[in-house]
Design a protein around this ligand. Structure first.
Ligand code: CA
Length: 229
């Protein structure tokens, strides 16, 4: 059970109720806002633990609200799951680039929603810390700048190291190429998105001798993530 508050911004009553039911069953406290304006009023007074945001709202687009929340210091780090009726890949990319942490396409099952929200609350947002990252036998030490698999050192270039570190910090999270560019190269540098693909390829090559290159997953049309599946 959880005592966390989730703000659900959704104008379709049926979906809002489904989300409310799915989340209250597992102990979340749910607040529903049926438009962006109500959501803004609620957020001015309360900061929920997470937010579920519909793409198409009656008064403004969910993307616009999302961008504004990300530009505001107070809500910059709020975990946000985007709900969308659209399944076009371009929309997923736009959602992620605008600052959504994850997205879920309608229709979805209560179980899937619960799992996504749980993962979102667990992993938080991309932040760099100096902790050693270990996933099974793969160990990355950011201070010593070392990577090993089953105690065998693996040589990586500096960019591949940063890429792997970013992906390993949030297993299962999908990063768009633009997000990876921003996180690794910084937004001041003009680098093409396919540069990310080149470095992912190099990273996979370095992991290949250990049979773990598939840990770097391609999410078709969207970007990359780390983990099994
Ligand atoms: Ca809607």
């Amino acid at each position: 059970m959880s005592d966390k508050t989730v703000l659900v911004v959704e104008d379709e009553p049926g979906i809002a109720e489904l989300v409310r039911f799915s989340l209250t069953t597992v102990g979340y406290s749910v607040q529903i806002a049926s438009n962006a304006r109500t959501a803004r009023i609620f957020l001015a007074k309360h900061l929920p633990h997470a937010m579920i945001l519909d793409w198409m709202l009656p008064d403004e687009s969910g993307i616009k609200l999302l961008r504004d929340l990300r530009a505001d210091k107070r809500t910059k780090m709020l975990p946000i799951l985007m709900l969308t009726a659209r399944s076009q890949e371009q929309d997923k990319v736009s959602g992620l680039d605008a600052g959504a942490d994850d997205y879920l396409t309608k229709p979805f099952s209560p179980t899937e929603l619960q799992a996504r929200l749980r993962a979102l609350l667990r992993r938080g947002l991309p932040q760099f810390s100096n902790e050693i990252l270990a996933v099974e036998d793969l160990v990355l030490d950011p201070i010593k700048h070392r990577l090993s698999y089953a105690n065998q050192p693996i040589d990586l270039g500096p960019t591949e190291f940063k890429l792997l570190r970013t992906l390993m910090m949030h297993p299962g999270r999908v990063f768009s190429r633009q997000q990876l560019l921003d996180l690794i190269w910084g937004d001041a540098v003009l680098v093409e998105e396919r540069t990310v693909d080149v470095h992912i390829l190099r990273l996979r090559k370095s992991l290949h001798p250990y049979g773990i290159e598939e840990k770097i997953r391609t999410v078709r049309g969207v970007g990359y993530s780390f983990g099994n599946k």
